[in-house]
Design a protein around this ligand. Structure first.
Ligand code: UN1
Length: 497
């Protein structure tokens, strides 16, 4: 059995608690994937101290050179992609094509950051005074605390860690306790690539101890968190008291609209992938399907036929379409929402139960579930379920579809299927979301574009692409006056010369 330690100041060390916790395979809970440190506040303090000590040197390493270490680490991930995907499937439960994709997201993020090392563009602007330059530079901030979820066990840690260190910060990461092995492998790739000690530190344990200690530590200047809106709001509150910079990537209740002009087969492929990929456990999952009345009955029939054919089971088996949920608690949550859906009058037409039978007995499997005739005020229409539950709505017009799409507190991803250009353009204009897809499902964002959402999905930051560097840098404005005399901004003007 693999025993994983914390990684602090370039060394793998045990927690001061002397205690550990197990990480089990959600498809077969008899299998222990690894044993991890149950860390304490003291461990976090050591990690932050190491990160703080490493910072003055690391920020002086030229960004292109920081990028080269990231490139080496990324090449290691590329070489190990298959092995890492298998480990991730065992600890997280999503199917192999998806865990390969998860590792690939980290690889894409790494190679993008390598290039960014030679960009990190800043801006110059004219001064209002003659013989004076007005320049700006991006500066690293210091120690970053990254708190990451279990649904993208390597991709999301990479979205935070890689740009943070490329920009010259140092990092302490606390991965989700359901998937700490994948994050450890990311750390190992950096260790092998020659990242100096203390630049990246890894501490496992509970949110209430490790996460909280990071949040409250005065030397942690930035907190980057992905998870639920409830936890995000609390993080923002505590971090606000300590005047830390916070980036939050939170929940979603992502709609897909299908209009009569759509290619229905294409929309069908899209909704099945969007709703049941990752067993619905993506913040971008398609959890609401908004159908125009003209195609409502036909499309639902097609959908049920297709979902019946899905193969649910061992996610390591290449022919499986959907694996289990992450843990017992998540399965209970999903089932509770299904019960609420039924009580509130939505019509359950498929699924709604944990799967039973030999193959499923030792995993957190749940049937792909479809509710129709869902009304916008219902709980299953409003709240993020994070499971394979699709709520279907019937509308008379695109305007009504968009009203429903926008009628939730979240605004991460969204999609419309149509072959009518004007409908597509209208949706792009009107849907309140950080991401809108046309003729593609709500999942599958590429790493070089801004990722994040509006309303309760976050606090205005965007991970991914060039925008993530806004999170991990601060601007310095520099004025260079070469006029040889005192020039007073706002008071002297060049005409006075
Ligand atoms: C998430 O669910 O938190 O766009 C991230 C997607 C993935 C990332 C999802 N690339 O579905």
């Amino acid at each position: 059995m693999d025993v994983y330690k914390n990684y602090i100041n370039g060394e793998w060390v045990e927690s001061s608690s002397g205690e550990t916790f197990e990480n089990r395979n959600p498809a077969n809970w008899d299998e222990v994937v690894g044993v991890f440190q149950k860390s304490t506040r003291e461990d976090v303090e050591k990690a932050v101290e190491a990160a703080k000590k490493a910072y003055p040197h690391w920020r002086k390493v030229p960004a292109p050179k920081r990028g080269e270490i990231i490139r080496r680490a990324t090449e290691i991930l590329l070489e190990r992609k298959e092995e890492l995907a298998r480990l991730m499937t065992r600890e997280m439960g999503k199917i192999l094509p998806e865990t390969r994709g998860d590792v690939q997201e980290a690889i894409d993020t790494g190679f993008y950051a390598f290039g960014e090392g030679r960009r990190l563009f800043s801006m110059n602007t004219p001064s209002e005074l003659p013989n004076k330059y007005a320049l700006t530079f991006r500066r690293p901030i210091g120690v970053v605390g990254a708190i990451t979820p279990w649904n993208f066990p390597m991709a999301i840690p990479s979205w935070k860690v890689i740009p943070a260190i490329l920009a010259g910060n140092t990092v302490v990461i606390k991965p989700a306790s359901d998937t700490p092995a994948s994050a450890a492998e990311l750390v190992k790739a950096f260790e092998e690539a020659g990242l100096p000690p203390g630049v990246l530190n890894y501490v496992t344990g509970s949110g209430s101890v490790v996460g909280e200690a990071l949040l409250e530590h005065p030397d942690v200047r930035v907190i980057s968190f992905t998870g639920s809106s409830e936890v995000g709001a609390r993080i923002a509150e505590v971090a606000g008291r300590h005047l830390k910079k916070v980036s939050l990537e939170l929940g979603g209740k992502n709609p897909m609209i299908v209009m009569p002009s759509a290619d229905l087969e294409l929309a069908l492929d899209g909704v099945v992938w969007g709703a049941y990929g990752t067993t619905g456990q993506r913040c971008t999952a398609t959890s609401r399907l908004i159908l125009h009345e003209d195609i409502y009955d036909e499309f639902i029939e097609m959908l049920v036929e297709r979902v019946k054919q899905m193969k649910i089971g061992n996610p390591l088996d290449e022919s499986t379409d959907m694996g289990p949920l992450i843990n017992e608690k998540q399965r209970e949550t999903v089932h509770r929402y299904v019960e609420i859906g039924k009580q509130e009058g939505a019509k359950l037409i498929y699924g709604g139960e944990p799967l039973k039978g030999d193959e499923y007995d030792k995993g957190w499997f749940y049937m792909p579930t479809i509710f129709v005739d869902v009304e916008p005020h219902m709980t299953i229409a409003q709240e993020e379920i994070f499971g394979p539950v699709l709520s279907v709505f019937k509308v008379k017009s695109l305007e009504e579809a968009i009203e429903i799409a926008n009628g939730v507190k979240y605004g991460l991803s969204s999609s419309i299927y149509t072959r009518n250009l004007l409908e597509a353009m209208y949706a792009i204009e009107e849907i309140e979301a950080g991401i809108t897809y046309v003729n593609a499902p709500t999942i599958g964002a590429e790493t070089h574009l801004p990722f994040g959402g509006v309303k309760a999905t976050g606090n205005g930051h965007r991970e991914g692409g060039w925008t993530v560097y806004e999170i991990f840098t601060e601007w310095k404005a520099v004025y260079i006056d070469f006029s040889g005399r005192l020039q007073r901004a706002q008071i002297d003007t060049w005409e006075e010369e």
